[in-house]
Write a protein that binds this ligand. Structure first.
Ligand code: BGC
Length: 425
């Protein structure tokens, strides 16, 4: 029993600017914290202080043995005011990317990961059609400024999660509870993604680069009926899948706007991604349920490795493109089952015929888990938030070894995976 990684597969880790950087930024999540909306009252100004420790962290990435790193830019840091760039921040990001590259690690750059500058949020954010130009200006600036260093870009992270939590559930900024707004924001985000796709390609082409890869990170989950035989359950699962992800996938990937999304900007059908970016974590039953007697992580999400392949198969049916797992990981506060989680998801990839090319484990280090705060740990590297000490977890050690071996060998499986068990609930 040995699982060899596909030849083309690069293995890496991911992070997002607001979740790790810390420091004073006038952004929507800093504002959300000030409004008292973070479960454990964690302050995004502190979190892992990566903005201060970026050099140490870049060296840690090398030590963790990753081949590629998905990192984010914070728009609010680059544009603290609507027409004003902070060149010191830009310079630091460039130096960080350079250092990562010097160590032989390939960067993948995310431009938008749930965070907006407050000046943009006050204009109405992605609800305001007239404000979208500010986002596109930032994308152009980022492509011009980092395009000589970076080939691969993620435009927008998880448009469905961003809109559902921020405009439907209201548990994330800006805290709206209005399904009509979800639709409008999704339409505007799809337009922004497609324009960004064109801008990044054009900008890098002018620089003489033809190897640009652009996509978005699509949050996909499996929706299954609670009871396979119950027509109501089947309908609930199908409806969830359609509204939460299928319309998003089609609009962003192909410029195909299905009900209830409208093609307001008269976008031509086409292919607006160079890869399918998949963020995969879990399965849902019916609308928001969790399967009984299933393995669970510390946030009570089901652990279901086969679901990664089921989601990727759906994308492949829509359009054959390379598949990049832009995020996959789990909340495991004691690092008690992360090795098993990694091994089982990678095993599923090894056994599949689909064109998987990247796997980014979420997250490189423990971090600010949005409204759940810093106590929910997803990292390969442990953070002591009081001392800011970083410690390599056993799961990071395992990940490093399998990357080096190019496979999950029988010995590594027996040593790291076999002893670990999930909690069943
Ligand atoms: C997000 C990450 C987040 C992770 C775990 C994804 O939805 O892109 O930012 O930390 O899930 O919740």
């Amino acid at each position: 029993m040995q699982f060899n990684f596909p030849k083309k597969l690069l293995l890496g880790a991911a992070s997002a600017a607001t979740q790790i950087e810390g420091g004073k930024v006038d952004g929507n999540w800093h504002d959300w914290y000030r409004k008292g909306k973070i479960a454990d009252n964690s302050n995004p100004e502190i979190t892992t202080m990566h903005w201060k420790y970026w050099k140490e962290d870049s060296l840690l990435l090398k030590e963790a043995g990753v081949q590629t790193y998905r990192m984010g830019l914070d728009w609010a840091r680059i544009y603290p005011r609507e027409n004003e760039v902070d060149y010191e921040a830009v310079w630091q990001y460039r130096n960080e990317i350079l250092l990562i590259k010097e160590q032989g690690i390939k960067p993948l750059l995310t431009l938008h990961h749930f965070s907006n500058p407050m000046w943009f949020e006050r204009m109405g954010g992605f609800l305001n059609t007239k404000a979208l130009i500010y986002f596109l200006n930032y994308v152009k600036f980022a492509a011009e400024t980092f395009g000589d260093l970076v080939e691969d870009f993620v435009t927008v992270n998880e448009p469905n999660v961003y809109t559902f939590k921020g405009y439907g559930e209201g548990s994330w900024p800006p805290g709206c509870k209005n399904p009509f707004k979800i639709i409008k924001v999704l339409e505007n985000l799809a337009y922004c993604h497609i324009e960004s796709y064109k801008i990044i390609h054009e900008t890098r082409k002018k620089m003489g680069f033809l190897n640009t890869k652009v996509g978005f990170a699509n949050h996909l989950r499996v929706f299954d009926p609670k009871n396979e035989k119950n027509p109501f359950d089947k309908m609930a699962a199908r409806l969830s899948e359609y509204t939460f992800q299928e319309i998003v996938t089609r609009a962003f990937t192909l410029g195909e706007f299905c009900f209830p999304l409208r093609n307001k900007y008269k976008i031509e059908k086409g292919v607006y991604v160079d890869f399918h970016g998949v963020n995969y974590y879990s399965r849902t039953v019916n609308f928001m349920g969790v399967r009984k007697n299933s393995p669970r992580n510390d946030l009570n999400w089901e652990i279901y490795p086969k679901g990664l392949i089921r989601c990727a198969e759906k994308l492949d049916e829509i359009k054959r493109l390379p598949i990049w797992v832009t995020e996959n990981g789990t909340c495991d506060n004691n690092d008690a089952f992360r090795c098993r989680f990694i091994a089982e998801h990678l095993k599923a990839i090894c056994e599949s015929d689909l064109p998987f090319e990247r796997y980014y484990h979420w997250c490189f280090c423990d971090n600010f888990e949005w409204a759940d705060g810093c106590s929910m740990r997803f990292g390969l590297i442990h953070l002591n938030y009081e001392t800011q000490a970083r410690t390599v977890k056993r799961s990071a050690e395992f990940y490093k070894k399998i990357i080096k071996a190019g496979s999950i060998t029988k010995e590594l499986w027996n040593e790291y995976v076999e002893p670990q068990k999930y909690n069943i609930k």
